[in-house]
Design a protein around this ligand. Sequence first.
Ligand code: ASP
Length: 433
Amino acid sequence: MLKIVKFGGTSLATAEQLQKVKNIVDADPARRVIVPSAPGKAHKEDTKVTDLLYLVHELAAMKQSIDQVWTKIMDRFNGIISELGLDMNLSKEFEEIRKKLIEGVDSQYMASRGEALNGRIVAAYLDAEYIDAADVIKIASNGRAHPSSYDLIRKLCPDDTRRYVIPGFYGSTTSGEVATFSRGGSDVTGAIVANALDADVYENWTDVSGFLMTDPRIVASAKHIENITYTELRELSYMGAGVLHEEAVFPIREKGIPINIRNTNNPEDKGTMIVADRDSSSQKIVGIAGQKGFSVFYIEKAMMNEEIGFGRRVLDVFEHLGISYEHMPSGIDTVSVVVKTTKINGKMDQIMEDLNRLKIDNLKVLENMSLIATVGKGMNHVIGLAAKLFMALAEADINIRMIDQGSSEQNIIVGVEEKDHEKAIKAIYTTFA
Ligand code: ASP
């Protein structure tokens, strides 16, 4: 049995948190490969070490004094080392990093040092072998893992009795430069390691006991999700319910390894299991997630269905202006293009002009729209579920401006006015929880 255990920043923010981590790792001999983040926020007003590292890099690039921030960074690590009573000293490492910083090293290298240094502390504290992520995680030019990483991980972690620590978030390019994934990328490292070593479970330890069925700021008593499939999670995280880095699901899904989201502060909670499949007979809908800030371009054109290439020409307008789209629900003579309003960025007049050039009959823009996704594999082949959803919204007196059922048939998205966002989520939740 092998479990890859990734600990996020809040789980490693202080010596006290690290003690909890040790208890968790010691409690199960299967927890043999540990992937730590950099120390995160110890309290609400605190700053993540990664943010301090980006800041110190910026200061150095602007030739401003780095001393105050640099000292703060060293103090974070030294404080943890001394409170844990570890017999180790990172001054050589600090010196080397500072030297590189002054010489003008890039920001990815700087940001990666949070995980690199913390990995050393975690390895010393857990009596584990430290593996430099630059030696095993290869990052391709698109910022994603390079396939050569898998063999390298297997080669450097051959022993199935020892503990290993592989810092999260960074690796190196195929030409050997240190590089990072996008923010929150330690989740991705854990997923790649789990895939490479054929782990039985990928445990992702954070500061919440998994996912809730909906945003607790809208429904205070939102139910906890016990099981969710990879596909359902994708549909939900896409709408902004992310606890886990979006890209972490892919390496895991390939091998069907379950991901268990756990709470370092409440290790007895079972958390949420993210799995390939789940029994949806008792819980058809797994979650409801919404996001505000969309604009919908509603386009009408008679005989659109007969016109070859019309859809492409519509999307061309957005592509040429560098705007990606979210959804494109269509009818026989209508099509809507849904985009995030922030992406329009002063290009509204140009979009309208270019769309009007397509000789359309009617063009309307609905702004300040909220999209709400109701997700669950149980909706597949269930009669009346959509009716229940629309009835819930009708009874709450909410006008539905757009409907889109994702092709996975596990997701119905409705567009409502932003002012109805909270009310709509509450109504849907009450119907399906
Ligand atoms: N420390 C990095 C960040 O703050 C990566 C991570 O925590 O996963 O984004």
